[in-house]
Design a protein around this ligand. Structure first.
Ligand code: MG
Length: 261
């Protein structure tokens, strides 16, 4: 397993950043108001419950409480439609089978922390949205764009690190084709009222290669192409899908931690 380039020489820093990402996600869900059942803890209250102990084998490897979605060979956590995953495994990497369609997790997820590494092969030619496009669709509808973006000029809310059609990344931290990129994401699922109206927008915090590119960006609705995003009520947990945009991207080291509401 590997550390993002920024932290290659310091696994401790990397682990600290990972824990900070988790902390940020949990903080985002901390009930600030309207939670009468929540206990008000005093400063330095020694009765306050200890956080769960989580062990990390190495930088960017799945921590002990994560679910591994792809670790190098087993495709059993993924599927194409209702059937077996049609993407292939080569040299421990999950490879898009262009034209076979998106894949998705068998399990459903709401708020979560996701780690995923992706690479555009050096042989790919990126031009605008073509040649090296994929994406991660949280709950099957909120896309964190994957696109070879170093170099590749396109509309900024469609480049690597963008919430597609909604927010550009804060900076372009994408590696050149042929090199691996790492996404560490805290996804906050939206909430809906009983009548289907939006109660609370979802949000994404995203690190690309260890660099913050989305800072708890409020999701405007389901991803749409050349159209304004809009919400429609859905289940509290749904599969995550990875996009087949017709380009032969590779993935590895995919793991997820569900976050408490
Ligand atoms: Mg895409």
């Amino acid at each position: 397993m590997r550390c993002p380039p920024l932290f290659k020489t310091c696994p401790t820093v990397c682990m600290t950043v990972s824990l900070a990402v988790v902390g940020a996600g949990l903080f985002a869900f901390a009930p600030l108001q309207d939670a009468p059942q929540a206990k008000e803890w005093g400063v330095h209250d020694r009765a306050r419950p200890q956080p769960a102990l989580v062990t990390v084998a190495a930088c960017c490897a799945a921590p002990s409480d994560a679910k591994v979605l792809f670790g190098g060979s087993d495709l059993s956590a993924l599927q194409s439609g209702d059937g077996a995953c049609k993407w292939t495994v080569e040299n421990g990497e999950l490879c898009v089978a262009p034209g076979s369609g998106n894949i998705q997790t068998k399990d459903s997820f709401g708020s979560c922390q996701l780690h995923i590494e992706w690479m555009v092969p050096e042989t790919c030619h990126c031009e605008d949205q073509h040649g090296c496009n994929s994406g991660i669709f949280f709950m099957g509808r909120y896309e964190l764009q994957i696109l070879g973006s170093n170099p590749n000029k396109t509309y900024v809310d469609g480049m690597a690190g963008a919430m597609y059609g909604q927010y550009p990344p804060l900076v372009n931290a994408c590696n050149p084709n042929g090199k691996w990129n790492t996404y560490d994401v805290v996804f906050d699922a939206p909430k809906f009222n009983a009548d289907g109206s939006l109660q609370q927008a979802g949000a994404m915090t995203v690190f690309l290669n260890g660099v913050l590119v989305q800072n708890h960006s409020a999701i405007k609705g389901a991803t749409a192409h050349a159209a304004k995003a809009a919400y429609s009520a859905h289940a509290s947990k749904l599969p995550i899908s990875i996009q087949d945009h017709g380009d032969p991207l590779h993935f590895r080291n995919i793991w997820i931690r569900s976050l408490a509401e």
